[in-house]
Design a protein around this ligand. Sequence first.
Ligand code: GTP
Length: 620
Amino acid sequence: FTADRIRNFSIIAHIDHGKSTLADRLLEMTGTISTRTANKQVLDKLEVERERGITVKAQTASMIYEHNGRRYLMNLIDTPGHVDFSYEVSRSLSACQGTLLLVDACQGIQAQTVANFYLAFSQDLTIIPIVNKIDLPAADPERIVQQMESAFELGAGEALMVSAKTGINTEQILPAIIERIGGPVADRSRPLKALLFDSWYDKYVGVVCLMAIKDGQLMKGDRIVSSHTENKYEVMEVGLMYPEQVPTGALYAGQVGYVVCSMKNAKEAHIGDTFYRLKQPVDPLPGFEPAKSMVFAGVYPVDTDDFSQLEESITKLTLNDASVNVQKETSLALGQGWRIGFLGTLHLDVFRQRLEQHKHACQVDGTYHLRARLVVEKDGKETIVRTPADFPSPDTMPHQRCTLQEPMVLATLIFPAEYLGPMLELCGMRRGEQKEYQYLDDNHVMVRYVLPMAEIVTDFYDELKSRSSGFASFDYEETGYQESDLVKVTGHMFVSSSSEALMAGGQMDVLLNGKPVDALATVLHRSQVQAVGRDWAKRLKNVIQRQLFEVAIQTAVGSRVIARESVPAMRKNVTAKCYGGDVTRKMKLLNKQREGKKRMKRLGSVDLPQEAFFTLMNKD
Ligand code: GTP
């Protein structure tokens, strides 16, 4: 297949608008999969994706289609559906020349459709609008076309009206791709230039790379070099995803296929890297920005004996997800573990679920620490604040002349006009700044806001849904950092009646099994401090069992106390369960109690069982 007989395209759609169904339909129409296996949603491979019905990792498949007596190689490059993965969407799009923009005929344009449209638009892709599910009785394709015209400035008559499920009009799609989307610009006679746009780890053959061949050809046995690392590799196998790996011996300019080479470690596969033939260097294609972790969480084994097993699983999972960032971390309270960075909270959830599929008992501390940034003004030095422990202490701050910054997002919200009031109010409460306001049709509004990421990662989505009776849709993309008044809130407990505790400064950190809990602190915007401080104090009170002395609880910013609670003392009658006259047993227990009391006083602390700690950290 020469470049003019190749079409590289993707499908972008909001969740549940029918992307997988349409992909299956196209594979079936071209005989790539049999009708019997159809509707199994071939492209959604990972277990967790099937389970949750969302596409996380992009998958790709090739098909062969005959149009006007000519055979075409059609490469469908799948894109993940959720906002957290827009990084994966944009890298998949970089291998395409066009995209199908799929919209549900009942639901209409959703926020994610808009966000994905802009990603495609900014990469100069040809966009084919498709209205899906026209078979449904509630379908209103005319209204959807009107929405598309106002949101995307698409011309009338451009949209196709189909039903991926029943097949109505789906025969128009492949011809439209051939006629409207151009073939890739590619030159077979030039030296090899190949773009690596995806990779995964296969337990039998090792690292499998997906490459788009921009120029030249790539054959089995070739020796290739990475522009990024200058590492050399021998090509063991190349082929097409048809829809599984089918070796072809060679890939030519314009094609998209898989490459297995002597790459040992998935970390060597840098997304966006350009490969060339040994001794024939080329100018590398513009690479991608590496994925930035926006949310960090600590992961610790429940049982320390599981440490190495858990480590192995984490390593395996990260082999197939380069956007997860892992660092070892030792917490005084929780022992050895990892601080893992994710693209967003859904990404974290998916990762957590995959770990569970590996049958591991692990604990994820539920406070998502956002990536804040500390910039020291005099030398422009930047430090990323990954955990509250990285937060500069209030005493050193003024001397250093530094500013704190927090990550911001550009959010798109679409909702029926009757919810305008509650929606604008919500964005205002969350420190949002309006950027755009537009009616999509007679009763649908689209607004775009710049919001702090910290305001949307927790319960924003739930609030949005409840304030709009479930009708609002929401999506966002990162827009960099903005200076912000961030502070660190900490939780403390102390023995209020103990003079020893007072002597020690009157304030102790929360201890877990006798060690300070480093994680009981969080970084927040100053406006959130009151609410969170009070909530924490109440929660602490609920998880702490009564002790042998009165326990005072405080949450504070530096030395300023935000909220106080106290847990009254209780004399535990440890002998209550000993009936009869077994004096030795009674004595033993009483001694134990005395010992315990002494130990606690010595530490001046409250012992919190590990489970209580996790209950505290995980919201709900
Ligand atoms: P994500 O992978 O989560 O992004 O979802 P998706 O866009 O791939 O949606 P999927 O193909 O899983 O379809 C969602 C639901 O819509 C499924 O229950 C499909 O059977 C249904 N569906 C898809 N296309 C049509 C259609 O043309 N008509 C009708 N009636 N239902 C459809």
